[in-house]
Design a protein around this ligand. Sequence first.
Ligand SMILES: CC(C)(COP(=O)(O)OP(=O)(O)OC[C@H]1O[C@@H](n2cnc3c(N)ncnc32)[C@H](O)[C@@H]1OP(=O)(O)O)[C@@H](O)C(=O)NCCC(=O)NCCS
Length: 260
Amino acid sequence: MQIVDLTDDRKELYFFCLEDWSDEMKEAGDHKRVWYEKMKDQGLGVKLALDDTGEVGGMIQYAPIEHTFVEGQDLHLIYCIWVHGYKKGRGNFQKRGMGKALLKAAESDAKEKGAKGMVAWGISLPFWMRASWFKKQGYTKVDKQGIQVLLWKPFANDAIPPKWIKKKKKPETTPGKVTVTSFVNGWCQAQNIVYERAKRAAAEFGDKVVFQEIDTFDRPTLLEWGTSDALFIDNKEVRTGPPPSYKKIKKLIARKVSKL
Ligand SMILES: CC(C)(COP(=O)(O)OP(=O)(O)OC[C@H]1O[C@@H](n2cnc3c(N)ncnc32)[C@H](O)[C@@H]1OP(=O)(O)O)[C@@H](O)C(=O)NCCC(=O)NCCS
């Protein structure tokens, strides 16, 4: 097994989060590519894990925290680490040491780039990206927002702990219409899928529904709202992890439209 930097020939695979076999991923639009093009000159690090046959089994992406959805300075944040675990498509590469090796490589790279520590996030429930996995790798909890836990591993004594950017406000409603508001940053394909589905579903209701996009790649916009990726129907937030189906989003909008 080896850890390598992202190269041009593997970019498509990376944009699809190693799930180039998945029809769902194809719904995600172009957001990840656009995001990558902007972030690659801002210190973004992407590393891939290859098995002994050269097959890509895992990825990690991280960047200076100042460019991310977490508040902090002189640290790097891991957006996500993913070792392909489905039997379908590429197959299951988990529990063979790829996760640990990716994390180690990212930490070394961040250190070399002068970071004073590495920051990760996960959830306190036993599924998806577990905060407990990072704890096992030597990270300690620094902040919490609902079930989302922020953890870090400082490299320097004068490192300052990071904080979640707190949610600040909800979208306004439009009199006589239903407002669908989608916050999109670009880094997460699952959230990009939600955005695309919501936009498509909203369009089915013609002028009864106003679709509003909030591009949180723009940092002042992110700070103004305190939200990186989210979906609201009027001022009610819809849970987006895992992404709700197109049918479900359309049904939620239809319910609101029927009450107009
Ligand atoms: C967490 C993850 C990165 C670990 O990668 P991995 O290659 O399977 O892990 P490794 O083989 O390097 O194992 C590292 C350690 O984690 C442990 N581990 C791996 N998977 C685990 C699991 N599901 N639950 C608990 N511990 C686990 C291993 O036992 C090992 O422990 P050790 O340090 O005591 O030996 C991987 O399982 C994964 O991608 N999970 C899904 C995460 C996710 O949802 N990411 C977001 C995608 S958008």
